[in-house]
Design a protein around this ligand. Structure first.
Ligand code: ZN
Ligand code: ZN
Ligand code: ZN
Length: 144
């Protein structure tokens, strides 16, 4: 995990750090993710970019999202067997609240989870290298 408290990432630096050249298409993908509160699949993002007049291919969108996720810049979510991606504001380790209606994602810190993870692992003699715990539900706006 990164120790920096800088929110989000700067486009071209993020790409360089991920070992990717900052092409216009890749910057477009990153810009599209920057302000959105929801996690998005490669197909949905591709469709939106095309509708906005961006001449970008689905493969490029998919590869860029995957490379950025592999480099730790994006968090990934499983949506009915498809991967959805989100650029989280918090670069520190965190958990998520995920709305299953509008796909909005909120980042949350969860000290209880961290304590529980280490207790369980210690008890079984494991060294913790990672864990995931996201909460799924229906957000306040969607509940009306
Ligand atoms: Zn996140
Ligand atoms: Zn919602
Ligand atoms: Zn945690």
């Amino acid at each position: 995990m990164k120790g920096s408290s800088t929110p989000g990432v700067e486009g071209d630096r993020a790409l360089r750090d991920a070992g990717l050249r900052a092409t216009r298409q890749r910057m477009t993908v990153l810009d599209a993710l920057r302000e959105r509160p929801d996690a998005v699949t490669a197909q949905d993002l591709h469709m939106e970019l095309r509708q906005a007049g961006e001449p970008i291919g689905l493969t490029t969108v998919y590869r860029t999202l995957t490379a950025l996720a592999d480099a730790g810049f994006l968090d990934t979510f499983d949506r009915e067997g498809e991967q959805a991606f989100r650029l989280c504001r918090d670069v520190e380790h965190h958990h998520h609240l995920v709305c299953e209606v509008c796909n909005r994602v909120e980042e949350i810190a969860a000290d209880e989870v961290e304590r529980w993870v280490h207790e369980v692992a210690d008890r079984r003699g494991y060294d913790v290298t990672g864990h995931r715990a996201d909460i799924f539900g229906v957000c306040a706006a969607c509940r009306g």
